[in-house]
Design a protein around this ligand. Structure first.
Ligand SMILES: [Zn+2]
Length: 395
């Protein structure tokens, strides 16, 4: 048994306990969490840390298989330039992809990440995941605009999903890529599979303004680019609504739905999400957004969604680290009203709920085994993260 105390313990559920004491079993299972009301008295064999102790982080959005692309993509003016580069550079790499994946997995562990929602287009990451300490939820991503490709795309996704299951790489579901990259018959198939399996959907949502423009009939740069892949005037109906509202009907209603990025999401979209999807989650990947579009989601619009917000790193293609604490720093620096309690809840319990892992991880509650992180070099007077702040796993 270990008794761990720190300047503050974050419970996972929005509360900081000053000088709290966490009591855990030898295997890390939570036995008790004691609120000392700030008054720590002498207790035998108590470990004490300077900083904030919090449950292990959940990285709700990553593409581990793209770890070899670190630093390979140049900044461009919009998402089209980014996707074009992806297509050219993704296939041309001659180094050891698996070594890069293993290194990225290790980096996440060192940064205190205990679970990860990871997008997969290939089987490349499965061997490393099967040996990792991180629990992975594998989202096998499907995209395709040509209607005659639907059965091939689904078959291929099922093959990859089976490979993930057979290799013990974690939980698996099949998911659509984004509003603009999936034909309606393909959406229908994915929706059926998700409903049958009660699986989680992870969906790139409103990452660029060009996505929204497609649904009001603009033949913008994204439209012209997608024409090469089968997009035509009949692929999507012109709804004069946002991309999210336009495709919402093709997503399963009652499943957990992780909406990734949400850079151009407005208050109407938030209202619609609440009306249509009781189990929706907003996943913010701020460092990636700055990289791709030099824009951040308007977090202030989401002020009533505190229990619905999660944090993702996105991939090494658009980030220089896989660190949840680095993402929180960007949010804190850009949105001064966010409290440390909010940010840490987004990084822990909310992500665990989104990935349906909150019975085991995400908070310090009796019987859970959430992992224990120490956040150090933090401004403890004002409770803000500084440039120097880091997080590491202590159990
Ligand atoms: Zn992504």
């Amino acid at each position: 048994m270990r008794k761990i105390s720190a300047s503050y313990i974050f419970t996972g559920k929005g509360k900081l306990l000053k000088n709290g004491i966490l009591v855990i079993d030898d295997d890390g299972t939570v036995i008790d969490l004691i609120d000392t009301k700030g008054k720590l008295t002498e207790i035998s064999s108590l470990e004490h840390y300077n900083g904030i102790i919090c449950p292990g982080f959940i990285n709700a959005h990553c593409h581990l298989e793209l770890s070899y692309m670190r630093g390979m993509l140049d900044k461009t003016k919009n998402i089209v330039g980014f996707v074009e580069q992806m297509l050219i550079k993704r296939g041309g790499y001659e180094g050891d992809i698996f070594e890069k994946i293993a290194k990225a997995d290790k980096e996440m562990q060192l940064n205190g990440i205990v679970a990860c929602g990871d997008i997969c287009n290939t089987e490349d990451s499965f061997l490393i995941k099967s040996k990792s300490k991180i629990t992975y939820y594998n989202f096998i991503e499907v995209l395709g605009l040509k209607e005659n490709q639907v059965s091939n795309k689904i078959e291929k996704a099922k093959q990859i999903a089976n490979e993930a299951i057979n290799s013990n790489s974690g939980i698996v579901s099949i998911t659509p890529h984004a509003s603009y990259s999936v034909s309606i018959p393909l959406y229908d198939e994915i929706k059926q599979i998700a409903e049958d399996n009660k699986s989680i959907i992870s969906f790139h949502n409103q990452e660029s303004k060009e996505e929204d423009e497609l649904f009001v009939g603009e033949q913008n740069e994204l439209y012209k680019f997608l024409e090469n892949f089968g997009l035509n005037k009949h692929t999507f109906p012109i709804t004069n609504k946002s991309s999210f509202e336009s495709i919402a009907q093709y997503l399963p209603k009652n499943n957990n739905i992780l909406l990734i990025h949400n850079v151009f999401t407005n208050s109407n979209d938030i209202k619609s999400a609440n009306k249509l999807f009781p189990n929706h989650y907003w996943v913010f990947c701020p460092k990636s957004n700055l990289y791709i579009s030099n824009t951040l989601p308007n977090i202030e619009l989401f002020k009533n969604e505190n229990d619905k917000i999660c944090i993702g790193t996105d991939s090494m293609a658009t980030n220089n680290s896989l660190s949840v604490i680095n993402e929180l720093k960007v949010l804190q620096n850009n949105f001064k009203n966010l409290s440390i309690e909010q940010l840490l809840q987004w990084a822990t319990l909310n992500g665990a709920k989104a990935l349906q892992m909150d019975n085991k991880i995400g908070s310090f509650e009796k019987g859970k085994k959430p992992g224990i992180n120490l956040i150090y070099d933090i401004n403890l007077q004002e409770l803000i993260l500084t440039e120097k702040t880091k997080a590491k796993r202590i159990l």
